[in-house]
Structures are given as structure tokens and as C-alpha cells.
Write a protein that binds this ligand. Structure first.
Ligand code: FES
Ligand code: MG
Length: 589
């Protein structure tokens, strides 16, 4: 057992001679399920397990099993366990969008971590928004915290080919739209990608955020990529439980780990793994809650020149099990370290630095993780665009495919400018109604716009910007049109979209003024996106729209939608609850 260096936070509840009335009251109810006075007044740290698994969140459900090994680790190291539920966030199951629930789970977790007798917490992470919600709350409260990933599903297979969760859906939808498969085959194909417990086995937002959590130093080294059903995952759960007890003794808190260096490491790792465009939103949010200045532009200045090394779908061909066998995050970090691209001094939850954890970790399979000098794509990070349509939006350049490069870029090896007429959709329902209707007027030259899909317009921001072309173009061999919008895009989609445009139309950003038929010019070298009409015309359109009552979006359906809409910020600054930022490190003693 480790001896804590100072009075534990939980002693204010359970062992406070100055307030014996309340101490008795707190004690009696926590004793009622069999804990003993001997334990609660032993000076042993009380460790929360923030349980994100449930039947409603299947991606994280395996945490219900893993928590048993976490408990054993905590107990063995001398801690007492109090496990509690976190508001579920299921990426694919929550209507209208799981994006709405990240800030809600954050709020709930902050209240629990702050308001209950916890000295530290194990954050069980996995499905897309569970990871940022947990890290955001740990940043705000700032008690010792360690994250445990649930791990990806096993690889999906269909007719001898790997089928990746999420990614296969985009492909299957195209096959269905083109009449190449029927409804039953569509469902079989999609279901084949999810053969076991765990989160998406592609480099979607889940694998991205779990990898970045490790790159930030908030989970044990080499832990992010372990597939959920592997025995190594159980062992990792046990080690995580043991380690959090030591962290209390060391008073190692999120603020010691989540430094600017840690965030810049994560941005570079994101480029090398081909991470999701949701990552800038979530890292901005975590940074703001811990008080680190991380402008969106850092994604381009720190991350764009980093090559893509990890060959996972959607940018590449492999899946989660392959990523783990090839060496996972430490093998990637070691490649970047060799080029001086990692701040090796960044501290991690195991008490060692990122450099010490990853130095010399070899790649075990160079088809899956490429060495730095043989990248899949050079300059694979995001670029940040701005113009009269929005102040900021991101584009994942590593997924710009050959078809797209040949059609839009005069030199397929270089990113340059293209322009075309806009077709504008107001929200995903409008898109679904009109996409295949020839009257919508979409041609091979069209740029597709999605608006009304941001944090306010479609509360939480919908993952809908990656729009497929109409069926009549797909049958002609056109599989992608440029997509631009104020919503998000699933990390499992390989579309070369311009996303997260801020401010959104619902906040009267420039997208609100765009009309179908306007010509729009995108210059990827200059980082600009502009509608080619005069400032005077734009000003007139703005005045007209304001006079008409502003950009219209659907009414809220629940109380939380209304509350979130009133206080949420834009995606370029993390889409956090704007009033929450000032509450930093609230449990720090
Ligand atoms: Fe949960 Fe992909 S839907 S991880
Ligand atoms: Mg997603």
C-alpha cells in the first residue's frame, strides 16, 4: 500500500473531526452496502471509476467487464473503489446527434467528480465523444485521473475483405444507390464490420481520440490500440487500476500532463495516424478547460507538414487489430521522435515522459505503420481555411483521393485552387429529400454545401457534411464532389470535405448568405474559401436575412437542446459551454 503524502480530499467527507455531524451522515450511507469504517477511515484513497459502458452505449459496454479488473488493481494497490455511471453517449444511436451529449456528459461528470468524496478517477473511454467528455471533466476538476480505453472491435470481414466499421457504410450506401446490392445485402455488409465488443475498428473518431488520449499522456503507454476482447486489454485494466492509486500518492494531476507540449504532440500524432476531423474540436475543448491556449491554426502550423504513417481505413486499408500488432501509438511516436517532432519531455500518467515511454519502440509490421521515410502521404495534416464564407474550417488533406485530385486539381500532386457553382442544403433532411432529384441541378462541377448543421443549428452539430453525389452521377463514375459545411463529418468517412465551418449559418456566418448557383472558389494553397460575389452584395443579403428574422433552423425538441443552444460556442474554439471555461482546476487543493 502507498502512503498518501497529505490529507486526502475524501477525508473532508469521511474523516473530519471538525464536522463530526456531517461525517457521520456521509459515512452511514456509504457503509450501507457493506463498506466498513475501517476502510473509509483508513486514509486509503477513494478512487472513482467513471463507468461509460451500458446497454445503451455498446461501444463502451465492455467496460462493465473491464471494471472488475480495474477494481482488482485499485484494491491491490491499497485504494477503495466507488464506481458510478456516466451519461451514455452512443455515437450511432443517439438522436438527433451524439454531438449534443458531449457537453452534457461533461457537465454531469464535473458535478460527480467535484461533489462526491473522490480522490482520483479512472475514466473509461471509447466511443467518440466519451473520450473528450471525460478528459474535459478531468481537466476542469483536476483531481488525479487516468483514462482506460475499451479498445477497438476485432477486424470485420466480408467475402475475404476487411470491412471497417463506419467506413463500410459509406461504401455500402454507394453500392445500394447504384443498385449493385439489395437491402438485405446492405445490412449484412454493414453488420460484418462489427464482429465483437469494442469501438469502431477504423481510424474513426474513437480510434483517433483514444490514440490522442495516449499521445496526450493521459493513458498508459501502448494501451490505446489493444482490441477490446484481447487478454492484454484485461491486463491493461488491472494496471490502470494499480497506477491511479500511485498517482494519488504522487499528486499527479491532469494539469501536470495536459500542457501545450502535450497538445502539440497530439496534433502531430493525429496527422501521422490519419485522425478524425473531430479531433480539433475535442482537443480545443480539453485545452480550454485546462487553460492551455491552442488556436485552431496550430493544427496547420504544427500538424500539416507531418506525413501519414498509419495505413488504416478510411485513409488506408487495415483495421484495429493490425494497428495494435504493428505497434500502436508508441511505434508511431517513436517514428516522429526520430525527426524531432515530439516534445519528449511531456509527462504522462505512468510518471515517465513521452520520450522515455516510446523511445526505440519498433514497428512490427511496416505495411500497417509505415516508417517515417516511406509515408503513405506527405504533408498529411489538416489545413485551416477562411474567407467570406466562414472564419475557420478544417480540411483533412490525407483523404483527398486520386479521382478527386485528377478532376479538381491541375497538378494532382499539388493542392491548388478549384471553383464551381454551389448547391446549398439546409440540414440533413433537406439533403436526403433532394440529393437524387435531377431538379436540384447537381452536375460534376457542383460544390455541395451543407448548412444549418452546426452546434446551434442542429444542436450539437451533425456529422452530415460528407454528402455522396446523386445516384445518377455515381453510375457515371463520379464518387465524390467537394463538400463544405458548418457541420461535422464522421471520422470513418474518407470524403475530402471542408468541415466545422465557424461561425455556422445559425450564428449568421457567411454560409447563411450563400445561394444555390453562386460560384465559390476554394484555394487550398492559400487556405481560402470565398463566394465570388461583391462585399456590397453580401452586405445586402445579410441585411435582408436579418430583416427576415435571421437564418431559420428547427425548434428544440428537448430542454437540453434549448439550454445548449443558448450557451454553446462555435467549433473552431471547441464548441464548449461558454460559461464553463472559467471553472478551472476546481478541486485543486
Ligand atoms: Fe461508437 Fe464508432 S460508433 S466508436
Ligand atoms: Mg463519429
Amino acid at each position: 500500500m502507498t502512503t498518501p503524502p497529505r490529507k486526502l480530499r475524501s477525508s473532508a467527507w469521511f474523516d473530519n473531526p471538525d464536522n463530526i455531524d456531517m461525517t457521520a451522515l456521509y459515512l452511514e450511507r456509504y457503509l450501507n452496502f457493506g463498506l466498513s469504517l475501517e476502510e473509509l477511515q483508513s486514509g486509503r484513497p477513494i478512487i472513482g471509476i467513471a463507468q461509460t459502458g451500458s446497454d445503451l452505449s455498446p461501444c463502451n459496454r465492455h467496460h462493465l467487464v473491464l471494471a472488475e479488473r480495474v477494481r482488482e488493481g485499485i484494491r491491490e494497490a491499497g485504494g477503495i473503489v466507488l464506481e458510478f455511471p456516466v451519461h451514455p453517449i452512443q455515437e450511432t444511436g443517439k438522436r438527433p446527434t451524439a454531438g449534443l451529449d458531449r457537453n452534457l456528459a461533461y457537465l454531469g461528470l464535473v458535478e460527480v467528480l467535484y461533489g462526491y468524496p473522490l480522490d482520483a478517477v479512472v475514466l473509461t473511454i471509447g466511443c467518440d465523444k466519451t473520450t473528450p467528455a471525460a478528459l474535459m471533466a478531468a481537466a476542469t476538476v483536476n483531481i488525479p485521473a487516468i483514462a482506460l480505453s475499451v479498445g477497438p472491435m476485432l477486424n470485420g470481414w466480408h467475402k475475404g475483405e476487411r470491412t471497417g466499421s463506419g467506413t463500410i457504410v459509406w461504401k455500402a450506401r454507394q453500392l445500394l444507390a447504384a443498385g449493385e446490392i439489395d437491402d438485405a445485402e446492405f445490412i449484412r455488409l454493414v453488420a460484418s464490420s462489427a464482429p465483437s465488443t469494442g469501438y469502431c475498428n477504423t481510424m474513426g473518431t474513437a480510434t483517433t481520440m483514444n490514440s490522442l488520449c495516449e499521445a496526450l499522456g493521459m493513458s498508459l503507454p501502448a494501451s490505446a490500440a489493444i482490441p477490446a476482447p484481447y487478454r492484454d486489454r484485461q491486463e491493461c485494466a488491472y494496471r490502470t487500476g494499480k497506477r491511479i492509486v500511485e498517482m494519488v500518492a504522487e499528486d499527479l494531476k491532469p494539469s501536470d500532463i495536459l500542457t501545450k507540449h502535450a497538445f502539440h504532440n497530439a496534433i502531430r500524432v493525429n496527422s501521422a495516424i490519419g485522425g478524425s476531423t473531430n479531433a480539433p474540436i475535442h482537443l480545443s475543448a480539453i485545452a480550454r478547460h485546462i487553460g492551455v491556449d491552442l488556436p485552431l491554426k496550430d493544427w496547420e502550423t504544427e500538424g500539416h507538414k507531418v506525413p501519414l504513417l498509419v495505413n488504416l481505413q478510411p485513409a488506408g486499408e487495415y483495421l484495429g487489430e493490425d494497428y495494435y500488432r504493428a505497434g500502436g501509438v508508441p511505434a508511431v511516436v517513436n517514428q516522429l521522435m526520430g525527426q524531432g517532432l515530439i516534445h519528449e519531455d511531456a509527462l504522462t500518467v505512468n510518471g515517465k515522459t513521452m520520450g522515455d515511454n516510446c523511445r526505440g519502440v519498433a514497428i512490427e509490421d511496416e505495411k500497417v505503420i509505415h516508417p517515417f521515410d516511406k509515408p503513405l502521404v506527405v504533408d498529411a495534416g489538416f489545413i485551416v481555411l477562411s474567407g467570406n464564407l466562414f472564419d475557420a474550417a478544417v480540411m483533412k488533406t490525407s483523404v483527398i483521393g486520386l479521382e478527386f485530385r485528377e478532376r479538381y486539381l491541375s497538378n494532382p500532386d499539388d493542392l491548388d485552387a478549384f471553383e464551381g457553382p454551389a448547391v446549398v442544403f439546409d440540414g440533413p433532411e433537406d439533403y436526403h429529400h433532394r440529393i437524387d432529384d435531377p431538379a436540384t441541378g447537381i452536375t460534376a462541377e457542383t460544390l455541395l454545401f451543407m448548412r444549418g448543421a452546426g452546434p446551434i443549428g442542429y444542436p450539437g452539430a451533425a456529422e452530415v457534411v460528407n454528402m455522396r453525389p446523386p445516384a445518377y452521377l455515381i453510375t457515371e463514375g463520379i464518387h465524390a464532389l467537394p463538400c463544405i459545411g458548418d457541420g461535422r463529418q464522421s471520422g470513418t468517412s474518407g470524403s475530402p470535405s471542408i468541415l466545422n465551418a465557424s461561425p455556422e449559418a445559425a450564428a449568421m456566418g457567411g454560409l447563411a448568405l450563400l445561394k444555390t448557383g453562386d460560384r465559390v472558389r476554394i484555394d487550398l494553397n492559400k487556405g481560402t474559401a470565398d463566394v465570388l460575389i461583391s462585399d456590397a452584395e453580401l452586405a445586402q443579403r445579410r441585411a435582408d436575412l436579418i430583416a427576415a428574422g435571421g437564418y431559420r433552423y428547427p425548434a428544440s425538441q428537448t430542454p437540453w437542446q434549448e439550454i445548449q443552444r443558448a450557451v454553446v460556442g462555435q467549433m473552431n474554439t471547441g464548441a464548449i459551454l461558454e460559461g464553463a471555461e472559467k471553472y478551472q482546476r476546481i478541486a485543486q487543493t
